[in-house]
Design a protein around this ligand. Structure first.
Ligand code: SF4
Length: 217
């Protein structure tokens, strides 16, 4: 049975696909930000397989960085909770923080295909992890998304005013009192765990393509 949260609470990954334009249903993020213990539906996602593959990638990256002389902190060691002046809480857990000689890199490991939201997730970590964080004091940070066969480096300059403004504006909307728009799309509903007690708009079938002949080409 769903309960209202005592304060709006946002997990970083609820935002990054919206920021990247890869998701459109802002209501699902708004609902999670304001409610807990809601009735959940199982989603079409193999969590055990993902956990194993992701863990292997994080561990292998940790060993590489240690071999290169970095101090490496992983997962729970990097968990953060930032409370804004509005009372909205934003939490996250970067996979890796590696520091050597005053240089640091925040990495997130991804086992799926590359997405823009992966880079935005690391940018949010670069913005929020250093706040009041002793390990990051006097460390020049950068970011990196690590895939199985490639990496994408993210310089601190990517953390520009436009990104900050877009991020803060989305936090205020997702953490605000007014419900946001529900956008039922099969491509999103199939990964959404919010059950029918709270959302009756779920799309359960992929859209049919309408076929027609044309002389255009
Ligand atoms: S089931 Fe679909 S429409 Fe309902 S909240 Fe989830 S993504 Fe949005």
């Amino acid at each position: 049975m769903r309960e209202l949260r005592s304060e709006p609470y946002i997990w970083v990954t609820w935002l990054t696909k919206l920021l990247a334009g890869e998701s459109a249903c802002e209501w699902s993020a708004w609902f999670r930000a304001h409610h807990k213990d809601y009735d959940k539906l199982p989603v079409d996602f193999d969590l055990a397989k993902w956990t194993m593959e992701h863990g292997e990638l994080v561990n292998s990256r940790r060993e590489q960085l240690r071999d290169e002389g970095y101090d490496v902190y992983i997962e729970d060691e990097n968990a953060f909770r930032r409370i804004g002046k509005t009372g909205i809480v934003v939490s996250g857990k970067p996979d890796i923080l590696a520091i050597r000689d005053g240089q640091g890199v925040i990495e997130d490991c991804k086992t799926g295909r590359p997405r823009i939201s992966d880079q935005l997730q690391v940018l949010v970590y670069m913005l929020l992890l250093p706040i009041n964080n002793e390990r990051c004091k006097n460390v020049a940070l950068s970011g990196r998304v690590v895939y199985r066969t490639s990496t994408v480096d993210i310089p601190m300059t990517a953390l520009d005013d436009a990104f900050r403004e877009g991020f803060v504006e989305l936090i205020h909307r997702v953490g605000g009192d007014s419900p946001l728009a529900k956008v039922p799309l099969w491509s999103e509903c199939r990964w959404c765990d919010i059950g029918p007690a709270d959302c009756l708009y779920r799309v359960t079938e992929p859209p049919e393509s309408v076929e027609a002949q044309t002389d255009l080409f």
